[in-house]
Ligand binder design. Structure first.
Ligand code: ACO
Length: 427
């Protein structure tokens, strides 16, 4: 055995293997702990627990580093495209020109939905939150594409991956159109992934729609920034759901449900609402005091893993300026509030001591609003982008022989065994 860690418990010393990754912290392998010691470990929220082995994404939260298959997120956001990043996440390597052409064709030619699927949307109330529609509609995909639900077949796994990456923008745009009361717009194969999504979201039959290259490139970059983030809450949910052998569409629906929460994907909506509530720069000190008094949290700040500037926030801030300049909104008062709030927080001991820095959501709300999306759509866009990460992680889990059904244990602190008492005898 190589390096080991020793635990002294109940008068016994247990020796546990220490596993080494290519980078990142060592991992103590506790799989044999219960069998050898009759003890579990306790780690709510998995703050110190690696639930799997993965080759997809690496984060060094202290240094603010995010790598996909080894490539820094900044380089991918500046030089790659979302579809190329999708290929990279799914296959492990950047594609050759021929591989990319084939991949792009596969995605483009899977963007349409089954015609009957559209009737599914009509069942929702008009004022339904688009995320509620997403959760239901994506889960329903398994009813329409039964042929790609065999998780044991690698070819079917790849087909369902293509189907989901391709169809998610179509479903998201339909959720938006339904929410707005506008007719659905079908995908067009001559458009790029981001262009197609923007067209399906914003074009109306009453006028021609023209792609704006600055906004298209911003949308594509936003998708890249959200494509994967190793074992975050929604990804762990997808892996957990998939560990039982559930079909990939159902697993992604579970991920979407988890993403909806304000501590996760809902944070950009909350961050934008916070900036609107603050309204003007002069109200920032009062708001920051409220955060310090623990009346509320500074949304878009802090991260479970990053204890440094989120590298995605740097790209997002730049994208935010580009989009606001393009739409003629560079004087947006919310941008002023955001920049001033960031400056104040980064220099305040309360935030410095707790290592609270802006995360990707801090600037994404303002950017998405400038692109024309209402706050209700923000998490939906996150779900569109994260689908590839979820599916790549799900695929990796299925293909990993060490994976088992997710079944954590617990520290039980409830009543010990007692006898049932008839209702007329209860005090
Ligand atoms: N504002 C103010 N204080 C904060 C914030 C914040 N946004 N985040 C953490 N803190 C404080 C906590 O009060 C705590 O202080 P204490 O030690 O004095 O009690 C300390 O920092 C540590 O906080 P935890 O909640 O233990 O940190 P954790 O790692 O569990 O939380 C989380 C991470 C949930 C993201 C948190 O920072 C948060 O709620 N942020 C706001 C929501 C947000 O922006 N989420 C987006 C995450 S990024 C994404 O999903 C893409």
């Amino acid at each position: 055995m190589g390096e080991t860690a020793k635990i002294d418990i109940s008068g016994k010393t247990i020796e546990l293997p220490v596993l080494k990754g290519t980078v990142g912290p060592d991992v103590v392998d506790i799989r044999k702990l219960y069998a050898e010691s009759d003890a579990f470990t306790y780690d709510p929220g998995f703050t110190s627990t690696a639930s799997c082995e993965s080759k997809i994404t690496f984060i060094d939260g202290d240094k603010g580093i995010l790598l996909h298959r080894g490539y820094p997120i900044g380089q991918l956001a500046e030089q790659s495209s979302f579809l190329e990043v999708c290929y990279l996440l799914l296959h492990g390597e950047l594609p050759t020109a021929a591989q990319f052409t084939e991949f792009e064709h596969n995605i483009t030619y899977h963007t349409m939905l089954h015609d009957q699927f559209d009737r599914f949307f009509q069942g929702f109330r008009r004022d339904a939150h688009p995320m509620a529609i997403m959760t239901g509609a994506v889960g329903a995909l398994s009813a329409f594409y039964h042929d790609s639900t065999n998780v044991e077949d690698p070819e079917q796994r790849m087909i369902s991956a293509h189907r989901m990456i391709a169809k998610m923008p179509t479903i998201a745009a339909r959720a938006f159109k339904y929410f707005r009361g506008q007719p659905f717009v079908h995908p067009r194969n001559e458009l790029s992934y981001a262009e197609n999504f923007l067209k399906m979201s914003f074009s109306v039959p009453a006028e021609d729609w023209k792609a704006n290259p600055v906004l298209t490139s911003a949308m594509d970059r936003i998708f890249i920034l959200h494509a994967d983030h190793e074992q975050n809450a929604s990804t762990s949910t997808v892996r957990s759901a998939g560990s039982s052998g559930a079909n990939p569409f159902a697993c992604i629906a579970a991920g979407i449900a988890c993403l909806w929460g304000p501590a996760h994907g809902g944070a950009n909506e909350e961050a934008l609402n916070m900036l609107i509530e603050i309204g003007t720069v002069d109200r920032i000190p009062e708001y920051v005091q409220g955060v310090k008094d623990r009346r509320y949290r500074l949304m878009g700040f802090g991260h479970r893993v990053y204890k440094n500037y989120d590298p995605r926030a740097t790209v997002m801030q730049k994208t935010c300026h580009e989009v606001l300049d393009e739409v003629g909104d560079s004087d947006d008062p919310l941008l002023k509030v955001a920049m001033e709030l960031e400056k104040i927080a980064l220099n305040d001991p309360y935030f410095i001591e707790r290592k609270l820095y802006p995360n990707v959501d801090f600037y994404s709300g303002i950017t998405l609003r400038a692109l024309g999306f209402p706050a209700e759509m923000f998490t939906v866009l996150f779900a569109v982008a994260r689908t590839v990460g979820w599916i790549a992680q799900w695929k990796e889990m299925i293909e990993d022989p060490a994976q088992k059904i997710s079944r954590p244990r617990q520290l039980y602190t409830g009543a010990t065994q007692r006898d049932y008492v008839a209702v007329n005898k209860r005090g």
